[in-house]
Design a protein around this ligand. Structure first.
Ligand code: ATP
Ligand code: MG
Length: 254
């Protein structure tokens, strides 16, 4: 199982949107995909149409080792796609991870138990640098950093790279950055918005050796696909999926 997380240390950077659509695409292509919702906002769980039942185990119970990992994984309405869900209660994992002494490795251990069952594991992370976030980084073989094509996005990229570097120094992150994915790149016809162009140029500088992928365009179609639980290609906008297809291609080669 290859574990890829979407990490970006600001709100609204596209982490959940990209995780969701990547997971759906990979599953459609026949890969067995485990989605992990590691954000107490639980947006991924919501968009995947999963209702957490009151006593049903979620990522919280899995992290706290109250249940086996497999007991927290649920099949979804989509073929090949499974979810380790979150709800608001995931906040309670913070203290547990902080005091357990192995916070950064807790998720990695939990996922190892199901590593034979899936081809790919995609993790959606929270926007803050919390214990849960550190645990996501610790579990990642690969990290994809979506970043809005704006000054906020450049800052988010900077802070995400800093976190990865810090965690690498203490050997808590042993993976690699798959790429930076500019998000909500604005174009008006043939011309790119100045702020988008400047932000992406700054991202290229900041990224250094790390590849900057083709950007996800600012588009209502994305929101529509997410809201309706459909793929862009199913709505007739397959060309908008190009950046996601590129991520999948790279993931297949590594
Ligand atoms: P958070 O840190 O709060 O979890 P996030 O990084 O997960 O945020 P998303 O929730 O994926 O970010 O996206 C932010 C918003 O952008 C959402 O409202 C989503 O519907 C919208 N969005 C997604 N794709 C596009 C797009 N291509 N163009 C414009 N808006 C988009
Ligand atoms: Mg999100």
């Amino acid at each position: 199982m290859k574990t890829l997380s979407c990490l970006s240390l600001s709100g609204g950077q596209g982490k959940t949107s990209i995780s969701l659509l990547l997971g759906r695409l990979l599953a459609q292509q026949g890969q067995r995909v485990l989605m992990v919702d590691a954000d107490p906002q639980a947006n991924l769980t919501f968009y995947l149409g999963h209702n957490v039942q009151p006593d049903a185990p979620t990522l919280l119970e899995v992290l706290k080792r109250q249940v086996e990992t497999a007991a927290g994984i649920y099949p979804l309405a989509y073929e090949n796609l499974y979810l380790l869900p979150a709800d608001e209660g995931l906040h309670q994992a913070q203290e547990y991870l902080a005091t357990s002494g192995m916070g950064a490795l807790a998720l990695r251990y939990s996922l190892e138990a199901v590593g034979e069952l899936f081809d790919v594991c995609l993790i959606d992370s929270p926007p803050q640098r919390t214990q849960i976030c550190l645990s996501v980084v610790g579990a990642s073989d690969w990290v994809l950093i979506p970043a809005e094509a704006s000054t906020k996005g450049v800052n988010s990229l900077l802070r995400s790279l800093e976190l990865l570097e810090e965690m690498r120094r203490i050997r808590a992150f042993t993976g690699q950055v798959l790429g930076v994915l500019p998000f909500r790149d604005k174009w008006f016809g043939q011309s790119q918005a100045t702020d988008s162009r400047e932000a992406i140029a700054a991202m290229q500088q900041v990224a250094g050796e790390i590849r900057v992928l083709p950007s996800v365009l600012e588009s209502e179609r994305y929101k529509q696909a997410i809201r309706q639980g459909r793929l862009l290609a199913e709505l007739g906008y397959g060309e908008l999926e190009l950046p996601l297809q590129q991520v999948i291609e790279i993931l297949g080669q590594v």
